[in-house]
Design a protein around this ligand. Structure first.
Ligand SMILES: C[S@@+](CC[C@H](N)C(=O)[O-])C[C@H]1O[C@@H](n2cnc3c(N)ncnc32)[C@H](O)[C@@H]1O
Length: 277
């Protein structure tokens, strides 16, 4: 497995400022977070109690979408912005169904990469790469990605709770398009995105303010803005929906909590024959 460089310039964790990956780990009940992360996460939670609801609903969405992909025969995953490993990691969910599944994790946060490196030490079918996903060429050429995944066969690209960490200036649609163009027909893209579906304007301000103190400020977007990023793909049923409403394990059980999750999710697939390739 490839761990990338966790000691070079810019790859040492900054424990003086809060970090999105570690705040999310805290919301999920993980242990790879620091006082500075917990203080920031608690500040957001105090003003916007549903900040944690997003994390929980998102992680549950991730689990459902991975199970669905493996059931559809996908055995390769490129998990962009994979986060600090916590309960229900992609390789654990996928390999429990099909032990041959390969998973390449990519994250910019050094603690996430270090924890994943340890966790994956004995797993020849999963790698972690320390990289900025805004540089698709570097990501796709990294040994942990190019050496593990075969892009001539369908791959599922995961961009789960990641795209809101990209500003409009980062051109998230353009970044996704670069990964899309590396994939063959029949490949998939799963996305989820923070959205202000129940946050009041005041709550949004606090969430933004807190996350502005991290290295990755967030941009909340609408359902339409997320759908617009999926150019070239066919969005599968049920479409771009509130996270708990995406193929719930318990249909009907999500209606009350849908908007409280403050996030949308979708699964999309590249058509078999693409005229633009
Ligand atoms: C909220 S976490 C989501 C983790 C996981 N995908 C999930 O949904 O459970 C977002 C992750 O994206 C990572 N991230 C943000 N911007 C990134 C970038 N430009 N390149 C790579 N990773 C990035 C953060 O470090 C963090 O681990």
């Amino acid at each position: 497995m490839d761990s990338g460089d966790t000691h070079g310039d810019g790859t040492v964790p900054d424990l003086e400022v809060p970090n999105l990956a570690r705040m999310y780990d805290y919301y999920l009940g993980g242990s790879h977070n620091f006082a500075v992360d917990r203080a920031a996460a608690d500040r957001a939670l105090e003003a916007a109690p549903h900040a944690r609801t997003f994390a929980l609903a998102n992680r549950a969405f991730l689990s459902r979408v991975v199970r669905r992909l493996v059931a559809d025969g996908i055995d390769q995953f490129l998990d962009l912005g994979s986060g600090v490993p916590t309960v229900g990691n992609v390789h654990e969910i996928a390999q429990a169904v099909d032990p041959r599944v390969r998973v390449a994790y990519v994250d910019i946060e050094p603690v996430a990469v270090m924890v994943a490196t340890d966790l994956l030490a004995d797993n020849p079918d999963a790698t972690v790469t320390h990289a900025d996903i805004r540089d698709p060429r570097t990501v796709l050429a990294a040994p942990g990605v190019a050496g593990l995944l075969d892009f001539d066969k369908p791959v599922a690209v995961l961009a789960i709770a990641l795209l809101h960490a990209l500003s409009d200036a980062d051109d998230p649609a353009g970044v996704l398009a670069a990964y899309r163009d590396a994939c063959c027909p029949g490949s998939y893209l799963a996305v989820s995105h923070l959205a202000a579906t129940s946050f009041s304007p005041d709550e949004q301000d606090v969430v933004r303010e807190v996350l502005d103190t991290t290295p990755t400020p967030v941009t909340m977007r609408t359902r339409e803005q997320l759908a617009d990023m999926l150019t070239g793909y066919t969005i599968l049923e049920p479409g771009v929906v509130l996270l708990p409403d995406w193929r719930p394990d318990d249909p009907g059980g999500s209606a009350a909590t849908g908007a409280a999750a403050n996030g949308y999710g979708a699964l999309a697939r590249l058509p078999e024959a693409r005229p633009d390739r």
